[in-house]
Design a protein around this ligand. Structure first.
Ligand SMILES: [Zn+2]
Length: 748
């Protein structure tokens, strides 16, 4: 269109200066929009494109416009406050285009110098909200600066020094070696690295100064300074700090002597206790999978594997770490706070925050008393189910005077209904009892459903005096589930007493269990439904009534007085499907026989309990084996947990009785306890203290994660963990010194 005479005259008739000014003003306005629409984003990109064309078309345009509109500031604003990468990219490209293509005779007015200065001098680069895109832009411009530079336009030494000053004064921003790096720290280190390549330190006189900088990055940055403080904790940040040291070394090789003399040589002196052979520092670190293990002090794998299962049940963990029993520490002679709740908290807080590979649960074991009231003997192996029962009993006791009065019941507890059914009149007499685990027979059962069927199967009792018809007659006794828990723990009875040998034996037979468990048929209401469907007239259809245990004496009297029978026996309405549906989230496995064996846990760490996704096999499963945490491929569940002979396991090539089979224990490992989490969870009731109510503070908790729990953790425990982490770094965080890049610079 612009070709030919007509086009040219059109071109000449446009007032580019006014037009560009308008575009800049529109751009400036658009960039302030907190939530730009897609149209606005497109408009911004197009304005940036037009500006590039105009600036290229008329070289002095930039100079003229810049007199009235501060272009560097507008660009800075665009990168800092732009919502979305599309805008950032457009602005970044515009800035780069201007810097790369527009020159000026006046070096003070060179766009590159102006824009670079504006970016570098903005205090935002030290702000914790600074974006990585800002550092990226500066990096690009510095590259350009390096190429074009034949004179100094920016004071890079001053900037470098300023960054170093900030570095030493900044408080610890990062909290964990696996945490996300914080933008300003990572960005500033990167910036300092880039500045080194455009900075003209005088090699000789400034070596001392640079050596001092290296020292600052080393101690206080990478390793603890005299106060035990160090700044770089995220892996990326540490990498960048090393990179900066390497950069300084590359440009100013004289500094390397200082690095070795002042930093590297004193470092081993800070390290004590390194007198073991085969020491590999990374073996002492928290697993890269993000979890801390538990040290086995002899035979306590039954405690360790159970504690990890509990730790991964978020509401239970959160309740434990946030609960206050308002008791002073009860120090025993050995200095241990002999209080189960306190030790439970301590253990969980360490599992959350410790940087070590494992936590030593000695104090927990001390505060957990065995049947005889003595501290746990860590040299004796116990049954995991037995441990669980005692633990729940103790916790129930300990939680009585806290806000989580019914924590154990709320998370793990359900009710069983023991029924006796008169074969004459069909009268059902029910008593209810609490349960925290379902203990199932597995002998001669192939699947978990078989075991559950067996659990609810009736047995005949003879000569029963019926409350209702007053006849002495045979009756059926059976157990059904009255209420289901949020987390269902299933105990598989793999250990049984052999009355011939008077020995406890382990049942090694195969028992399959599902990823998704439907409990409907084992509940009172579900079972009744099933029977009604089958139209079994024997028991369920007769005139029957429900009589509850002694706690409902009053109700029964009322009904008797009315002379009216409740014909709706067990016809509680069926609840929605999610109430009965459970997803497998943990398997506690036993490997060995009745005399000797080892417990460890497989746990779904990404159970996504908030949505309806029940595909546990697609979640992330890990093996928690005392100190060691490793990946677990869920596809191996059958081989690792169902038990049974080698043939059952589908290998088929090995004789199960062969020495090899015995050696690898293929047959001896099988699931011992199963952890199922319900699709639809009930809230955990809290006992709210009056003062709390008055202050209008509300605490709500459910089976979903409660994010406030950690902040409510006792400060002293968190403090202890931090302190220990510092010591840990001091003594163990040596692996970084062997960073190959660093060594290659020093020794090349
Ligand atoms: Zn009867």
């Amino acid at each position: 269109m612009l070709e030919g005479e007509y086009g040219l005259s059109l071109l000449y008739s446009i007032d580019f200066i006014e037009f560009t000014k308008s575009l800049i003003m529109i751009l400036d306005g658009l960039l302030e929009c907190p939530a730009p629409s897609q149209n606005m984003v497109t408009l911004i990109s197009e304005i940036c494109f037009l500006l590039k064309v105009f600036f290229a078309y008329q070289f002095n345009l930039y100079d003229i416009i810049d007199k009235t509109h501060n272009i560097p500031n507008i660009l800075l604003k665009g990168i800092l406050f732009a919502k979305g990468t599309a805008i950032e990219d457009a602005i970044q490209q515009l800035a780069y285009f201007i810097c790369a293509n527009i020159s000026s005779n006046d070096k003070e007015k060179l766009p590159l110098a102006q824009i670079l200065r504006a970016f570098l001098d903005s205090r935002i680069i030290f702000n914790k909200f600074a974006k990585m895109s800002l550092y990226e832009s500066i990096k690009l411009l510095l590259e350009l600066y390096k190429k074009l530079r034949n004179e100094e336009y920016i004071d890079s030494i001053a900037k470098f020094t300023e960054i170093m000053d900030y570095f030493t004064s900044c408080s610890t921003l990062e909290t964990s070696n696996s945490a996300e790096p914080k933008a300003p720290l990572l960005g500033l280190l990167e910036l300092a690295s880039d500045l080194i390549s455009v900075t003209s330190f005088n090699k000789e006189p400034d070596a001392v100064r640079l050596t001092k900088f290296i020292n600052q990055i080393f101690f206080g940055g990478l390793f603890p300074d005299s106060k035990g403080k160090f700044i770089c904790k995220a892996i990326d940040t540490r990498y960048m700090a090393y990179n900066l040291i390497i950069r300084i070394g590359q440009y100013y090789s004289t500094c390397i002597i200082g690095l070795i003399r002042d930093c590297m040589l004193p470092l081993p002196k800070k390290v004590s206790g390194l007198n073991v052979w085969g020491y590999i520092p990374s073996n002492h670190e928290r697993s890269s999978l993000g979890y801390t293990g538990l040290k086995n002090l002899g035979c306590i794998c039954y405690i360790n594997s159970m504690l990890q299962q509990f730790f991964l049940i978020a509401p239970f963990r959160n309740a434990i770490v946030s609960v206050r029993d308002n008791k002073e520490p009860n120090y025993a002679e050995n200095g241990v706070d002999d209080n189960l709740i306190h030790q439970f908290q301590r253990t969980f807080v360490y599992l959350m925050h410790s940087k070590r590979r494992d936590y030593n649960p000695a104090a927990f074991c001390y505060s957990f008393k065995e049947f005889d009231g003595k501290p746990t003997n860590t040299a004796i192996q116990h049954d995991a189910h037995e441990f669980l029962n005692i633990l729940f009993e103790r916790l129930e006791q300990e939680f009585k005077n806290t806000i989580y009065t019914r924590l154990v019941q709320s998370v793990f507890g359900g009710k069983l209904s023991s029924q006796v059914i008169c074969t004459n009149c069909g009268h059902v007499s029910s008593t209810y009892e609490d349960y925290y685990t379902l203990s199932l027979e597995i002998k001669n059962q192939r699947t978990l459903d078989d075991s559950l069927d067996r659990f609810i199967a009736g047995s005949t009792i003879c000569d029963y005096l019926c409350d209702n018809c007053k006849e002495r007659i045979d009756a059926t006794r059976r157990t059904l589930i009255s209420t289901l828990p949020n987390v269902l723990i299933v105990h598989l009875q793999r250990f049984s007493y052999n009355f011939n040998t008077f020995m406890i034996e382990k049942i090694h037979t195969r028992l399959e269990f599902p990823n998704v468990l439907d409990m409907t048929n084992y509940t009172e209401e579900g079972h009744a439904c099933l029977f009604n469907k089958r139209e079994d007239p024997k028991v369920e259809q007769k005139n029957s009534k429900i009589v509850k245990g002694p706690e409902n004496e009053k109700e029964r009297e009322e009904r008797n007085a009315k002379g009216k029978f409740d014909t709706q026996e067990s016809k509680k309405e069926l609840k929605e499907k999610e109430y009965y549906t459970y997803k497998l989230v943990g398997v506690l496995t036993h490997n060995g026989n009745a005399e000797a064996g080892h417990y460890y846990s497989y746990i779904n760490i990404n159970r996504r309990s908030t949505n309806t996704n029940m595909n546990t096999e697609n979640d992330h499963w890990l093996e928690f084996n005392d100190s060691i945490i490793s990946e677990f491929a869920f596809s191996k569940l059958g081989v690792e947990c169902f038990g049974g002979s080698m043939e059952d396991m589908g290998t088929g090539y090995m004789d199960e009785n062969s020495e090899v089979a015995k050696l690898i224990g293929g047959r001896s490992k099988s699931a011992y306890m199963l952890f199922y989490e319900r699709q639809k969870k009930d809230k955990i009731p809290l006992r709210i203290e009056r003062p709390l109510l008055n202050s209008k503070e509300t605490i709500s908790s459910s089976l979903e994660c409660d994010s406030t729990a950690v902040s409510r953790t006792g400060n002293n425990i968190t403090g202890n963990t931090q302190e220990e982490n510092f010591c840990y770094y001091d003594y163990y965080n040596i692996p970084c010194i062997t960073s190959p890049e660093l060594l290659s610079v020093i020794f090349c």
